[in-house]
Design a binder for this molecule. Structure first.
Ligand code: FNR
Length: 193
């Protein structure tokens, strides 16, 4: 069966640079023969995490929906903005809520992290911060991360990267990430026999 990949944009903004990057990654994933689903954080609204609300009402609908989407994939990609040199609070809040689900879907899943920003750093510090909760939850975060600097002028009208060298690097990162995911999936299947 083809590898199932969820590509999630962590921005809520309609004209988001990270959603553009997520769409491009989704195309590259599809090119490898994997199946891909594109999602945006705005599809999973949830309040600020509150342990009292969790006890009284259980997990919010948005949390359960995101948990189900993650559980249904073999691997996921997050395209995340960098806010104040870290990950956006909304994304951290979503990770905290979803981590309360049983079984929590981050464990043993492979993830590729990408970012886009108008700045010169491209949001890379936000991805380093995002690694911490994900690795804590058992996600195998791919060592190579991709950050698009000056992203407001980085895309062509049809959604590719203006810099063809960078486009190639991104395609290579996606391909080698999926090769690892497929090798690992095969290994797990063999072990289960
Ligand atoms: C930012 N932005 C930003 N960019 C960056 O490269 N490093 C940073 O630390 C920050 N900090 C930051 C904080 C806050 C509160 C906001 C609202 C923005 C700019 C950010 O990269 C820019 O708004 C992107 O366009 C956000 O990504 P989307 O929404 O276009 O995907």
């Amino acid at each position: 069966a083809p590898t199932r990949v969820l590509v999630l944009s962590a921005s809520l903004r309609a004209d988001s640079l990270n959603t553009r990057l997520a769409s491009l990654v989704a195309h590259l994933v599809r090119d490898t023969g994997a199946t891909v689903e594109l999602a945006r954080m705005g599809e999973f609204p949830m309040p600020l995490y509150d342990a009292d609300a969790e006890v009284a009402e259980g997990l919010p609908e948005g949390t359960r929906a995101l948990r189900d989407r993650l559980a249904a994939c073999d691997a996921f990609v997050i395209a995340s903005p960098e806010y104040n040199a870290s990950l956006p609070g909304g994304l951290k809040n979503a990770i905290d809520w979803v981590s309360r689900a049983g079984p929590q879907p981050f464990k043993d899943k492979h993830a590729l992290l990408v970012s886009a920003s108008p700045s010169l750093v491209g949001g890379n510090r936000g991805l380093w911060a995002l690694r911490i909760p994900l690795e804590h939850l058992g996600t195998r975060v791919y060592p190579d991360m991709f950050s698009l600097a000056r992203a407001h002028e980085g895309f062509t009208d049809d959604g590719a990267l203006v810099d063809t060298g960078l486009q190639e690097r991104l395609a290579e990162a996606v391909t080698s990430f999926l090769r690892l995911v497929e090798a690992d999936t095969r290994y797990v299947c063999l072990q289960r026999r």
